[in-house]
Design a protein around this ligand. Structure first.
Ligand code: NAD
Length: 312
């Protein structure tokens, strides 16, 4: 069993949205954390003070000596090219980062005797459209190069001989998520409504998503470190929300009624993403703690607290 108590862990992509929440959780729990991130999408300011940051591409072979020196007990591999539209526009780059980069991180972990490997795949992108709730036995049917490369990268992790946990998170949201074209839908909605702007929805808004709060995802990493067997787990709230309903709920969290404009659907986007969380909840060490309303309230409160800090 991997727990904190001065154990060492490297978090790739630790300066990003999800990675930075995982780093904060691991530091709180006594792990000695090192971050590898090229800052292409992350920000050093997301890291707790004192956490070493190695600014390097995950596909760089020069990471091997870094892993050798660190003698890490565990790896949490979060770094990725995360934009579905970018993967459609430039599949070769997506392959280089999401497949080549993962292959390199797996290689570094194997060569240096890492005890536990946690890989961030993607529930939404790997299954594609899901008429019934996708569980881990559902045949993957990715609709974008991002999904194809995440799925192939899972294969490298599974073949590695390492003790591993592959996590397939649903749509993750929470504080520090980027807004805008490369950002998450919830961060974008919160940002626009907080500034008194209207919302733009790609498609008719009847797309179905499973939104899972980032603190729940960090807790799933804690769980994945705490059991020894290798496998694949969805990390999902199990609740289904349309984008139209989301717009209404974000409005409620901010106390406004949104004005919505509709545009064309985005290339590569999944229409219906429904995920089962039965396998991971059956493990007995994880279940989602946040409803969408609670997560939105926490996100709005964190945003207000950050505004006060800036004003200070
Ligand atoms: N956000 C979601 O809804 C969601 C859902 C399912 C899976 N995921 C997966 O979770 C992980 C984290 O996603 P996120 O939402 O925090 O995204 P993010 O963009 O905030 O974080 C990714 C981090 O990886 C870093 N990075 C990108 N390319 C790199 C490279 N070549 N070398 C080193 N570092 C690099 C970025 O600088 C960034 O800090 C990703 O693997 C993503 O595919 C995210």
């Amino acid at each position: 069993m991997q727990t904190g108590n001065d154990r060492t862990v490297v978090v790739t992509g630790g300066a990003g949205f999800i990675g930075s929440h995982i780093v904060a959780m691991l530091v709180r729990e006594g792990w000695r954390v090192t971050v590898v991130d090229d800052l292409s999408g992350g920000d050093r300011a997301n890291l707790p003070t004192g956490v070493p940051l190695i600014i390097r591409d995950i596909a760089d072979p020069a990471l091997l000596p870094v892993f050798g020196e660190g003698a890490f007990d565990a790896v949490i591999h979060c770094a990725a090219q995360t934009s579905v539209p970018h993967s459609v526009a430039d599949p070769a780059y997506d392959r280089q980062v999401n497949l080549g980069g993962t292959e390199n991180i797996v290689h570094c972990a194997k060569e240096t005797g890492v005890g536990r490997f946690v890989f961030f795949s993607s529930g939404g992108a790997v299954y594609g459209d899901t008429t019934a709730r996708a569980d881990e036995m559902t045949l993957p049917a990715p609709l974008s190069p991002y999904g194809v490369h995440k799925l192939a990268a899972e294969g490298y992790v599974a073949l590695s001989g390492l003790s591993y946990a592959i996590l397939r998170p649903a749509n993750v949201y929470g504080p520090r998520q980027r807004a805008g074209t490369d950002g998450g839908v919830i961060a974008t909605f919160v940002d626009r409504l907080a500034r008194g702007e209207s919302l733009h929805i790609n498609g008719d808004g009847e797309q179905v998503r499973d939104f899972v709060y980032v603190a729940d995802v960090a807790a799933a990493v804690r769980a994945a470190l705490s059991w020894n067997h290798s496998g694949l787990w969805n990390v999902a709230s199990g609740a289904e929300t349309t984008v139209n309903d989301l717009a209404r709920q974000v409005g409620e969290a901010l106390g406004v009624v949104p004005t919505v404009a509709y545009g064309p659907a985005r290339a590569g986007d999944v229409r219906i993403s429904r995920l089962s969380n039965e396998r991971i909840t059956r493990q007995g060490r994880w279940r989602p703690e946040y409803t969408l309303a609670q997560g939105l309230a926490a996100m709005v409160a964190a945003r207000a607290a950050a505004d006060v800090k800036v004003a200070d």
